[in-house]
Design a protein around this ligand. Structure first.
Ligand SMILES: Cc1cc2nc3c(=O)[nH]c(=O)nc-3n(C[C@H](O)[C@H](O)[C@H](O)COP(=O)(O)OP(=O)(O)OC[C@H]3O[C@@H](n4cnc5c(N)ncnc54)[C@H](O)[C@@H]3O)c2cc1C
Length: 243
């Protein structure tokens, strides 16, 4: 029956928790899963898996893993845009089963090998960075990481208090909102991430490994700006989603 699936190997996971982002990021649903037979995939922080709902059809989408590789749960943070696949995901409930392909991808962060990092995320492109930061926390390391995270509205920030808590592992988290410039309660950055904004928060851009995740325009624009700043291509790791 499972032979029709396009990607193998895969495991069956059960949904144990479905939560909206904290405090109430309305568009994001976090799916927490446990493997049905207790066998878990091994992965590195930053990798993604494909999710299938029905093994009888070939519809699947890829999602970055947001949980730490050391966590018992596997977690995905998914923006419910009511598209072909997300509209089906929104019908799922706790205890339902879904099918997860073996994690893969080259967008991998190994804290042992990276001295100083700059993480740049747009929208739900923050998901793989949760896996990276949670992993650093789980292995009890302290790193020098600056994160610039852009969202349309401040309510879109996923798990802001968890991100703030990562100061313990050496994270400097900077949020920027690209809409609502008139919101007088917002004291953080506004507008899209660019080199001047990055330089307001770090003085050593050229000695950092840069990790970027988001839509194709976000990634392409920033990569060209970074290259123009003299950052070497091999120091820019990128994960591009969609068109
Ligand atoms: C490696 C990889 C990792 C990914 N990780 C995540 C993740 O962690 N969380 C996540 O939510 N998505 C992630 N995505 C995107 C995901 O695979 C789907 O594209 C997304 O969920 C939309 O699927 P859909 O079938 O509902 O929409 P579709 O019906 O396929 O698409 C509808 C339209 O919406 C656009 N679109 C896709 N995503 C968004 C978005 N977030 N906002 C606005 N428009 C969008 C598509 O480009 C398309 O034009 C990832 C994609 C890749 C390739």
């Amino acid at each position: 029956m499972l032979g029709k699936m396009a990607l193998k190997p895969y495991l069956i996971y059960e949904i144990t928790d479905l939560t909206k982002g904290e405090p109430d990021s309305p568009k994001i649903t976090s799916f927490k899963l446990v493997s049905k037979d207790g066998q878990n995939f091994k992965f590195l922080p930053g990798m993604f898996s494909s999710i299938f709902i029905n093994p009888e059809d070939k519809l699947f989408r890829s999602y970055s893993i947001a949980s730490s590789p050391l966590s018992r749960h596997m977690e995905f943070m998914i923006e419910m845009i009511n598209g072909k696949f997300t509209s089906r995901l929104s019908g799922l409930k706790v205890n339902d089963e879904i099918y997860i392909s073996e994690p893969r991808g080259n967008f991998v962060y190994n804290p042992e090998n990276v001295e100083k990092a700059l993480f740049l995320a747009a929208g739900i492109g923050i998901a793989p960075f949760f896996s990276m930061l949670r992993y650093v926390r789980d292995i009890d390391m302290k790193k020098d990481i600056t994160l610039l995270y852009s969202v349309k509205h401040k309510e879109d920030i996923v798990n802001p208090s968890e991100l703030d808590g990562f100061t313990n592992i050496g994270l400097n988290a900077v949020f920027t909102v690209t809409r609502d410039p008139e919101d007088v309660k917002w004291k953080g950055e506004t507008g899209r991430i660019n080199i001047p904004m990055i330089k307001r928060h770090i003085s050593d851009l050229n000695s950092r490994t840069v990790y970027l995740c988001g839509g194709i325009k976000f990634v392409k624009d920033i990569v060209s700006e970074l290259v123009a700043e003299g950052i070497r291509d091999e120091d820019i790791k990128r994960d591009i989603w969609g068109e």
